[in-house]
Ligand binder design. Sequence first.
Ligand code: HEM
Length: 459
Amino acid sequence: MSAERANTSAQDPAETAVHAQPVPLQPIKTSWLESWRLMRQSYNSPLEHGQYLQQRYGNVVLQQLGRIKFVHMFGADANRLALLNPQQILSNKKSWDMIIGRIFPNGLMLRDGEDHRYHRRLMQAGFKSRAMQGYLTQMAPQVRQAIDAWPGAQHDNFLAFPAFKKMTLDLAATIFLGMALGKDASMMNRAFETAVAASMPRVPVPIPGNLLWRGIRARRTLCRFFLPQVAGKRAGNDQDLFALLCRAEDENGKGYTDQEIVDHIIFLMMAAHDTTTSTLTSMTYALAKNPEWQDKLREEVNNLDSRSSDHEQLSSMSQTEWVMKEALRLYPPLSTLPKYSNAEFEFEGHLIPAGAMVVTYPIHTHYMPAYWDQPTLFDPARFSPARAEQKRHGYSWVPFSGGAHMCIGLHFAEMQIKLVMREMLTHYSWQVAPGYTMPVQQSPISKPRDNLPIQLHRR
Ligand code: HEM
């Protein structure tokens, strides 16, 4: 796309009428000290950062940091524009390449336009209902076993976050890669964890021994592990996600190259694992703080018809789904979504420059009183059909993003989360210490700073 101005006003005709003469957005003026404070705040608490900027400067804020321009955009209309991305005004590739491109190059999220559409269409092979049914059949007993192996009668300081992390990694090894748990899977999990830890390093240059250097080596280990398996997976009949990607073809019988498959599977493991772990952790915390909801969900689970299939059981766990949605509202694993402007474009009467990092804030929108009743309150019934607060605006609840890059694994995530919750609620009750508040690190992926210690009681 050329660097001339894109006409995004077609998005909302009412808006064009009000803002007939869009004006170039001017950078905010801040001292060095204030810029430093804002940068720290953006990393430590994107919610506070977004609320501060939006209250002080409005829905669109341009910040110039050295040669880099950041444009912060707030509200559900901003989400709609950035996610629907008319005329490809925004690039996912350019923003994500800068952030995680050294460790996760060429992942689906790091592609744009026709190239992205093509790769996404092929990837659907791994997410069709037959494939999902296969994952579910395999995953259900494994989740049961994993939770059964948790502590016996009582544990007063059980760290929920690492327990979920281990479980989702093990599940990824078997369901995504078709591996048996054992030495190879442990080696692969370790390399993978090193790669993820290094994906957003504070020091963006590899120096022997530092985080990025170790991450690049771990990625090489993963590539060396996966590449030789591609030919066998292509020729075979395995039904794991890796195998399905190896055999995915377009209408002309063309599929991914070997290296593309490896890039996709490494990215998928990352995309699936930390986000699901984060959601399970925040649900566990919310259910500990709100025991009446824990009781409600346990009743829902106890009333499931044991003669019905896993799929039917999960589909009928509607209150569990509200709790999941509410946890994703309050603690979205990705609190901000970065894009990069290919062209100058218009939003709410402002001209936003080309060549800027454009950041939208799911977490900020999720706390806006314009869309949610008492937004800081944990109130899962807001997602019930009777209240359906998320329908007040199509882009007010965006933990899975939207538009062309909307999370391809959202149904997989929901399935895994419900399976884990079903087993947890059946086998355990849990609580947190009186007065405990989970210290949340919101960025880069939401997680508890203290691993979420809970008191676990076997039922
Ligand atoms: C609760 C769990 C999850 C959350 C909150 C989540 C969130 C997201 C978000 C916000 C994006 C879009 C980023 C953007 O707009 O640039 C995304 C993309 C993606 N997610 Fe997820 N995700 C979750 C689970 C999963 C799982 C389980 C998988 C795989 C099985 C997965 C695979 C992907 C892929 C491949 C993309 C890129 C899609 C594209 O660019 O077309 N995610 N996810």
